[in-house]
Unconditional design. Structure first.
Length: 309
């Protein structure tokens, strides 16, 4: 079975943790330990988030070069390489010596006129107290939004339209490689008037980019691993309940936050509707159980209605 597994940014860096190399390495090791058992039975394609890492690099480059901070497409490429390297190395340490792994920097094309550029919603970087977030926003021209109890920078998140690097990606998969790609939603690019690609200041949603990837690869399952054990209706309220299985229509009856669970739910619904196959959302620690349908939330058009855990 071919499975696309999307690792959430918070699955690789716990909420509130400092953005140290040691913390990231530890979390990547845990992710690799959860993923390694799949590789013997299934064909794996791994994607990952990069919001905290891109935000940190943006701060670092701005501190070094106040008038020449690196653009988000370049920072996205840097984090694809960094996180891919860590995942690839930790996976290699767990798999047989003949296992083939590859990290592929992945450009994804978006529409330069996407309405998302006028309405930033994608969280990047560390969390801040409100007064600090507002100071940074005024100083750096950021857009900011509330993320739980803290504040974070938000940037445009346009819809992914085309995966530029599909040919080398398919070549690697067909030859048995475990491929790590489309990190952070891929490197955001647009075509100019002459048809040439150039980077653009945005962060593509990793779950929607991974849905496009899973669809174009004819994946049998699209699995999103995050830091919560399922999709919850009424999250954060006394009435919250975990959803076990649902149709896309049943899930869309609920309101999920645009900056966190909303894109995951929409990506799962889109994949199920467009392919007739299943998508699942659950905790990284429960991947085996999510695959078996015993944990997490499974989305499928072959179900009827909704069931609760």
């Amino acid at each position: 079975m071919r499975i696309v597994v999307a690792l959430g940014g918070n699955a690789l860096l716990r909420r509130g943790q400092t953005l140290s190399a040691e913390n990231q390495r530890r979390n990547v090791r845990l992710a690799s330990e959860a993923l390694a058992p799949f590789s013997g039975e299934h064909q794996l394609v791994i994607t990952h988030g990069n919001g905290p890492q891109v935000g940190l690099l943006a701060l670092q480059t701005a501190a070094d070069e106040p008038n020449g901070a690196f653009p988000l497409d370049v920072l996205g490429a840097e984090t694809e390489g960094m996180i891919g390297y860590m995942l690839e190395q930790e996976m290699r340490n767990l798999l047989p010596g003949e296992a083939a792994l590859a990290t592929l920097l992945t450009m994804i094309e978006v529409d330069g006129n996407d309405a998302a550029f006028a309405n930033p919603t994608k969280f990047v970087g560390p969390v801040y107290a409100e007064h600090e977030a507002r100071r940074l926003a005024a100083e750096k021209g950021w857009s900011i939004a509330l993320d739980g109890e803290k504040w974070r920078r938000v940037v445009a998140s346009p819809q992914p339209k085309r995966i530029v690097d599909m040919r080398p990606l398919r070549w690697l998969i067909e030859r048995g490689a475990i491929v790590i790609c489309a990190g952070g939603g891929g490197i955001p690019t647009v075509r100019d008037e002459s048809g040439k690609l150039r980077g653009i200041e945005a962060v593509i949603d990793k779950d929607l980019a991974s849905e496009l990837l899973a669809r174009e690869l004819d994946a049998d399952l699209y699995l999103m691993a995050t830091d919560v054990d399922a999709v919850y209706a009424g999250w954060g309220t006394p009435e919250q309940r975990a959803i076990r299985v649902a149709t896309p229509d049943a899930l869309r009856a609920f309101d999920f936050p645009a900056g966190s669970m909303g894109p995951k739910v929409e990506a799962a619904c889109l994949f199920a509707e467009r392919t007739g196959r299943k998508a699942a959302i659950g905790s990284l620690a429960d991947l085996q159980a999510v695959l078996a349908g015993a944990a997490g939330t499974t989305v499928s058009t072959s179900l009827s209605g909704l069931e609760w855990h």
